[in-house]
Write a protein that binds this ligand. Sequence first.
Ligand SMILES: [Zn+2]
Length: 378
Amino acid sequence: MVKIGSHVSFSDKGLLNAANEAQTYGSSSFMIYTGAPQNTRRKPIEDLYIPEGKAAMAASGIKVEDIVVHAPYIVNLGSYKEDTFRLAVDFLQEEIRRTNQIGVSNIVLHPGAFTDKDAEYGIARIAEGLNEVLDGTKETNVNIALETMAGKGTEIGRSFEEIAQIIDKVRANDRLTVCMDTCHIHDAGYDIVNDIDGVLHQFDEIVGLNRIAVVHVNDSKNPRGASKDRHAPIGSGWIGYDGISGVVRHELLKDKPFILETPWIGKNDATERPMYELEIAMLSGNTEQRFGGKFLEDVERLHHLFNGQGIVGREYVLQTWELLKSDAKARKADPREPMERLYDILMEHLVFDPQLSEEAVNHRLLAYLAGKEWLNSL
Ligand SMILES: [Zn+2]
């Protein structure tokens, strides 16, 4: 069985909240930030509902070894500024101790950015920081999972070589693992759509597949090599459902936990909902069990409707992203992304019962975008 889940909220009742939310999506894994990702304020460990959360996880069959913590993305170990670097080192040590107390063995970290310096400086500085962080947390059983990055701005970790160079410079590197992110490596230029075997082979040669502790599964709003890092729901971006499915089902990634960090979808903030439940079901191969036969009939109807309009889902998605990227005028006139455009066409044609929620319609739309082959394969 595929171990898959999503980023879930750790607010309010901490681990209990996270476990309950994960359960509503049918998850077998999940990821948390121990507090807001954009700041370093954290609750005391007693207020994190750890025993209650673990009981809820056990009840839904989620193992603590399959969940991960994500470090806040504001810390920067690559900074040449002493105060920024110091804050990153100190805070990461605290986060690792917290992660250890929860019982989680991997904390995902964006390696860092070199800002006004250069990549060589950044790599050395990140390694220096990691050496200090690891030296100060020897009593824990926590590994740091360096995340593969898209290469936005001056981010380090945009190539497998950069990840390997950091690992080489760290003394206790048996405590370094890797978080591979599909959107990021695609944006960094790796062709996971047409050549996942080649990409994994390359990773194995340069870093080693045994380092991979977790895989972030996200589609991308940008073409391969764009160095952007904007996530899209599975099947609604440039990678596509088949590309993502090829990663999740890959023999070499068997048994790794997969974590979705796909954006919530909705016409406005109040109706925005995550697509996790459907994404998890599709990628675990239990869409019919979870959503029912009527759901699949609805998806079939979408194929008929769009066929009649001369729309082929996958082509429509790629053409719309291309238009939004290359034609500023057209984007200004109509900034709607592919999913929203298709949603509006559906609403215009009154395909479904008006009682059906926006979330439910978007689930059907996303399943439509997985393609006719996917539907026929069920
Ligand atoms: Zn990340």
